[in-house]
Design a protein around this ligand. Structure first.
Ligand code: UDP
Length: 404
C-alpha cells in the first residue's frame, strides 16, 4: 500500500530525549520501517524545522521522510504549532495532486490529525488517527501548567468523530476516548511494538559500579515522568545506584533547569552520589543501558503508552512501574514486574527493594518479560494489524472534493 504517515512535530530522524522528542518519534520510525520491510511504500510527513533540510530524505530503513514547509524553518515548541497546521495541510494537498497519492493517511498526534483530515477530505484519502496523548489526561495531571492550545480537547473529540478509524494504543485510552464522547465502534486497539533486534537480552552492556545494584529510569526530562518520585525512593533503597537516561545531551545538563532541580533534590535526599543523570542517549545505544540494569523503574504520573517499559522487557529486564495508562497493559503485575501507585516514593521503594532482595523472582520476571515482549509486541505484528485497518478503511470509496 501507499501509506502517508503524518507526524507534525515528531520526526523519525530526530535525536531523542528532548522535551518534545520521545515515544512518538520512535513509534513512527519503527512502524514505518516495519511497513517498508513488509513491502509497503511509506512516506512520513513532518514539519521542516531547520533551513538546510532537504525536502525528502530516504531513511536507511526504506521509507521516505518529507519535510513540510509550515511555519518557520526552526524548532517550534509543539504547543505553538497549531497555527501552522493549515499551511501543512495545504502543502500536502498540493503535493498529492502530483503522481504519488497515498491510499491511506495515518496521522500521529491530534494536530497531525487536523492536517490529515483536511488533506484527506480534499483528496478522498481515508484517515486513521493515533493520538499518542490526550488533552483531557494532560489537563487532569498538569492543570495550569498544561500549555496545550485551549481548544485541544474539542479538536480531539471532533477528530475522533470524523476520521475513518482511531487506533488506540491501550485500554486506558479507549476509556478516556469513550468518556470524551467518541464512539467505541470507531476504535481499534493496536499497541505499539518494540524493536526485538535492538532490544534483546544478549549484547553489549554499559559499565557497572561494582557492589551496587543498578536501577535505570528513562525518559524526556519532564515532571510527569516522575523522576522526582524515583529520587525520593532512592533514599529508602541503599546499596543501589539510579541512572536517569534522557533529557538534553550530557554536556547541556548543567544548564537544563529540570536537570538542575533533579540534582538539587538528590542532594537534599542525601542520594546525590547514587543518582546519576546520563543525558540523551542515541536510540541505537539504548539497549546497552537497559542490559546494564537490574531493574527498570517507570514512575510516570500518567503514560499514554510507554515504550521504555516494553524496551526493558524485551531486553529481559524486570519493570517496577506505576499502574497508569499503557503500563497497565504491557507490564503484568506479579509476572513481568510490579505495579505501584503513582507519586508514592514509599510504595515505589518497597517494590524496588523487594525485587532487589529476591533474585529468583527477578529472574522469573526477566524471562516472562522477554517472552511477553517477543510474543505480543513485535513491530512486524503491529504493522500487520495496522495494514488490516488501512485496508478496511481504504476499501470504502469516498468522493474526492475538488480543491478550489
Ligand atoms: N529515548 C532515547 N534516548 C533517550 C531517552 C529516550 O532513545 O535518551 C527513547 C526511548 O528508548 C523510547 C522513547 O525515547 O523509545 C521514549 O518513549 P516513551 O513512550 O517511554 O515516552 P514518551 O517520550 O512518548 O513520553
Amino acid at each position: 500500500m501507499r501509506i502517508a504517515m503524518i507526524s507534525e512535530h515528531a520526526s523519525p530522524l530526530a535525536v531523542l530525549g528532548g522535551e518534545d522528542a520521545g515515544g512518538q518519534n520512535t513509534h513512527v520510525a519503527e512502524l514505518s520501517a516495519a511497513l517498508a520491510a513488509a513491502g509497503h511504500e511509506v512516506r512520513v510527513y513532518t514539519r521542516r524545522d531547520a533551513p538546510d533540510l532537504p525536502v525528502t530524505v530516504r531513511s536507511p530503513d526504506g521509507y521516505d521522510v518529507v519535510h513540510v514547509p509550515a511555519g518557520p524553518a526552526e524548532p517550534v515548541a509543539k504547543d505553538a504549532l497549531l497555527p501552522h497546521m493549515r499551511e501543512f495541510s495545504r502543502w500536502l494537498i498540493e503535493r498529492w495532486r502530483g503522481d504519488w497519492v497515498p491510499e491511506v493517511i495515518h496521522a500521529h498526534f491530534w494536530m497531525s490529525g487536523l492536517a490529515g483530515l483536511t488533506a484527506g477530505r480534499q483528496t478522498g484519502v481515508p484517515v486513521v488517527q493515533t493520538y499518542h496523548a490526550l488533552g483531557t489526561v494532560k489537563r487532569r495531571y498538569q492543570g495550569v501548567q498544561d500549555t496545550s492550545p485551549a481548544r485541544r480537547v474539542s479538536y480531539e473529540r471532533e477528530l475522533g468523530r470524523s476520521v475513518d478509524r482511531i487506533v488506540a494504543q491501550c485500554r486506558d485510552e479507549v476509556g478516556e476516548l469513550v468518556r470524551m464522547g467518541v464512539p467505541r465502534s470507531r476504535m481499534t486497539v493496536v499497541p505499539s511494538g518494540v524493536n526485538l533486534a535492538t532490544f534483546a537480552p544478549l549484547g553489549p552492556a554499559a559499565d557497572r559500579e561494582p557492589g551496587l545494584a543498578r536501577i535505570l529510569t528513562v525518559g524526556r526530562l519532564v515532571e510527569r515522568k516522575g523522576f522526582q518520585t524515583v529520587i525520593r525512593a532512592m533514599a529508602l533503597v541503599p546499596d543501589a545506584e539510579c541512572l536517569v537516561v534522557g533529557g538534553p545531551p550530557e554536556g547541556l545538563l548543567e544548564t537544563d533547569p529540570y536537570a538542575r532541580r533533579l540534582r538539587a533534590l538528590a542532594e537534599s535526599c542525601g542520594v546525590a552520589d547514587r543518582v546519576h543523570l546520563v543525558g540523551a542517549v542515541p536510540r541505537e545505544e539504548m539497549g546497552r543501558w537497559y542490559r546494564s540494569a537490574d531493574l527498570l523503574v517507570a514512575a510516570p504520573w500518567y503514560e499514554p503508552f510507554g515504550l521504555t517499559p516494553l524496551e526493558a522487557m524485551a531486553c529481559g529486564v524486570p519493570v517496577v512501574g506505576t499502574a497508569v495508562g499503557g503500563i497497565r497493559d504491557t507490564v503484568l503485575d506479579g509476572t513481568t514486574g510490579d505495579l505501584v501507585p503513582a507519586r508514592d516514593p514509599q510504595a515505589l521503594a518497597t517494590a524496588i527493594q523487594g525485587l532487589l532482595d529476591d533474585r529468583i523472582r527477578r529472574f522469573a520476571y526477566a524471562a516472562a518479560a522477554r517472552e511477553r515482549a517477543r510474543a505480543r509486541y513485535s513491530w512486524a505484528a503491529t504493522a500487520e494489524r495496522l495494514v488490516e485497518v488501512y485496508s478496511e478503511v481504504a476499501a470504502v470509496r469516498r468522493p474526492t472534493r475538488v480543491v478550489a
